[in-house]
Design a protein around this ligand. Structure first.
Ligand code: SF4
Ligand code: SF4
Length: 373
């Protein structure tokens, strides 16, 4: 007999994105949110303009099913995110397949980077009291958080909790990367952001773990077909439900911090359970090993620096994405200034050619990083 006092994280297995169960499950989920007639902000993961089959962004069929059902329920729907690249929102919607998928549906595009920011009051877990967040939240009754199951070179994993970072304009995201260079501190900020957004308005979560990513995510990893959709009211519980299926198990800072703060709590999972064999990013072990040390530049020098590969075409996208102004184009190729680099891996996230690799640092690299001015 199900315990009615515990929140439910529901998981469904889908054969592919055309599977009828997919739409049926999503429609039941939207109905359960009880958002009839409300103003809803739908927040997919639109990291960069990548084709759906690359598993970098939330699959368009998932976004479409959610938007259709919300419109059926008389909701006003906006769709918003901030890309890691300095890209035009229309182009982002087109390449990720959203523009075609949403053709004929009445929704408002909410480009987080061109809208002004408003102040969000934080709980203060990461010593920040406020954060600039998209004004798309103003007048919005609820958020439907459509995250993607992916590994992440800096935080280990990006799912429901980290997806809220895209509600901050790119400029603010860049400045936080420079300030929170330590993965534990950055993760504490992400937890604070997710909890504080929930303080402001109701949030519902659906994680797209149909086509997911392993290895050096969130952009340059490898696609892994998991075939699951995970839903729930709490982003912390949705991430925990996803991570509990992963082998080899790895504890992620956002999950550990949320647990310590009592944000996860007890919940039960219904539906499919499976074992997800996952390759973690190469960078994560060294980052994790160093994360207990203070958030100081010298400590950060022990973290492996990304490497520009020979397939760099000198497009300059990483130059614009780098929050520390550490990349220049030299002779038509990107070059990283190791003294300026804060090891945030935003460049590897942004490079559309997968020409920036994140490596395990050997001892000599770490020592040489330390002695650089
Ligand atoms: S590393 Fe990638 S993003 Fe940077 S210039 Fe080269 S191809 Fe462009
Ligand atoms: S070079 Fe890459 S890892 Fe270093 S600060 Fe810039 S974006 Fe971050």
């Amino acid at each position: 007999m199900p315990d009615p006092t515990k929140p439910v994280e529901d998981i469904v297995q889908i054969a592919d994105y055309k599977d009828y169960k997919n739409t049926r499950f999503i429609k039941a989920f939207v109905k359960k949110t009880g958002l009839k007639g409300k103003k809803v902000l739908v927040k997919p993961n639109l990291l960069l303009p990548a084709l759906p089959e690359k598993a970098v962004t939330t699959h368009p069929s998932i976004v479409k099913a959610v938007v259709e059902k919300l419109l059926d329920q008389g909701c006003t729907v906006a769709i918003g995110d901030s890309s890691v690249q300095q890209s035009v929102f229309g182009g982002l919607m087109r390449v990720t397949g959203l523009k075609d998928a949403l053709k004929g549906l009445d929704y408002l595009p909410a480009d987080v980077d061109s809208l002004p920011a408003i102040k969000l009051k934080l709980r203060g877990f990461a010593e920040e009291q406020t954060a600039p967040i998209s004004s798309a939240l103003k007048g919005t009754d609820a958020i439907i958080n459509l995250s993607k199951f992916k590994t992440h070179s800096l935080t280990g994993f990006t799912g429901a909790v980290k997806n809220f970072y895209g509600l901050l304009p790119r400029k603010a995201k860049k400045s936080y990367h420079v300030r929170f260079t330590n993965t534990a501190h950055f993760s504490a900020f992400l937890v604070d952001l997710a909890a504080s957004i929930q303080d402001r308005l109701p949030v519902w979560n659906l994680m797209d773990a149909g086509w997911a990513m392993e290895g050096d995510g969130p952009n340059a990893g490898d696609r892994i077909d998991i075939g699951l959709l995970i839903t729930g009211k709490s982003p912390f519980q949705v991430d925990r439900a996803a991570l509990s299926m992963v082998k080899p198990a790895f504890s992620i800072h956002t999950d550990k911090i949320a647990d310590k703060l009592g944000l996860i709590g007890e919940f039960k999972t219904t539906g499919v359970q499976k074992t997800i064999k996952l390759k973690w990013p190469k960078t994560y072990l060294p980052l994790k090993a160093l994360s207990w040390l203070p958030n100081l530049p010298l400590v950060n020098r022990l973290v492996p620096i990304p490497k520009i590969m020979s397939n760099c075409i000198g497009c300059g996208i990483c130059v614009k994405a780098c929050p520390a102004d550490a990349i220049k184009l030299v002779n038509g190729r990107a070059k990283i200034d190791s003294a300026k680099c804060v090891r945030c891996y935003t460049c590897a996230e942004a490079c559309p050619h997968h020409a920036i690799k994140t490596n395990k640092a050997n001892l000599m690299t770490r020592i040489s990083n330390l002695v650089v001015r």
